[in-house]
Design a protein around this ligand. Structure first.
Ligand code: G3H
Length: 255
């Protein structure tokens, strides 16, 4: 029955909290692998979690992806956040424009009535081009904003799927998988023990910076993503994991 079902999810959330040490674990019913609308529920949950502590003056950094794209959509139009700045956490990672971090940053800022800053750093730059682009004063300014982020909201992906979606070379994909990668977040690839095994060339937030961020919100669901979520949680325990029932049930099964 419904009451038992709700109890079930609370129980699972507590188990995940205990196991990985996250402050909050919020689970929406359903599995986004089989029902896309579950992603919008996660987006709403992440948006309301953000609202519960967001204050004027905060810098919010966001990543891209289809799940993250639902966060601004789940945010009502608000006022009183004109001194919040929303920014992309990392430069271009080869995603479609609709789900790029810059797009999501602009949309979230619009809902909050906040400001936003775009990060224009293309993919796959050689070291020299990267050096020169990141020393441009306006880009430098955005990068320094990112390094001071108070809040980071990000997605987690499956390594192989993300490497393909972002158009990495077949030889690179092989190498990443050979190194045991199961998860991707911020352009970093992690093995099942949560070790970084590959990093995409890009500018912006480094996963090392996460420990200095006041609130980190990870948003990812779908049973198939459970091993990826587990790997990321082993690397860094976020303040909150917003997930769905499909992933959550699988996560405790993996333990
Ligand atoms: O880095 C992880 C990806 O952005 C996750 O993308 O939400 O479309 O699965 P997704």
């Amino acid at each position: 029955n419904f009451v038992y079902f709700l109890k079930g999810l609370n129980f699972i959330a507590d188990r995940i909290k205990e196991k990985f040490g996250c402050e909050d674990v919020l689970i929406t019913p359903g599995d986004s692998d089989v029902d896309e609308t579950v992603k919008s529920l996660m987006g709403k949950e992440a948006a309301s979690y953000l609202r519960s502590f967001l204050k004027n003056g905060d810098i919010v950094a966001v990543t891209g992806g289809t799940t993250m794209a639902q966060v601004p959509k789940g945010m009502p139009r608000l006022e009183g956040y004109e001194d919040v700045v929303v920014v992309a956490a990392r430069g271009g990672l080869g995603e479609k424009v609709e789900i790029q971090a810059n797009t999501i940053a602009a949309e979230l800022a619009e809902r909050l009535g906040a400001r936003y800053r775009l990060l224009y750093v293309p993919d796959n730059l050689g070291p020299e081009a990267m050096e020169s682009i990141t020393s441009e004063p306006r880009i430098k300014e955005v990068l320094s904003l990112i390094k001071r982020a108070d809040v980071v909201i990000h997605g987690i992906g499956r390594a192989e799927e993300m490497a393909r979606r972002r158009g990495l070379d077949e030889s690179v994909i092989k190498k990443i998988l050979k190194n045991g990668a199961v998860a991707e977040a911020f352009g970093y690839y992690f093995d099942s023990e949560g070790r970084v095994v590959f990093t995409t060339t890009s500018a912006g937030l480094s996963v090392n910076d996460l420990k200095n961020v006041r609130k980190v919100i990870s948003v990812a669901g779908g049973a198939k993503k459970a091993p990826a979520i587990r790997a990321f949680l082993k690397y860094h325990c976020p303040t909150a994991l917003i997930t769905d029932e499909g992933a959550a049930r699988k996560l405790i099964e993996l333990e």
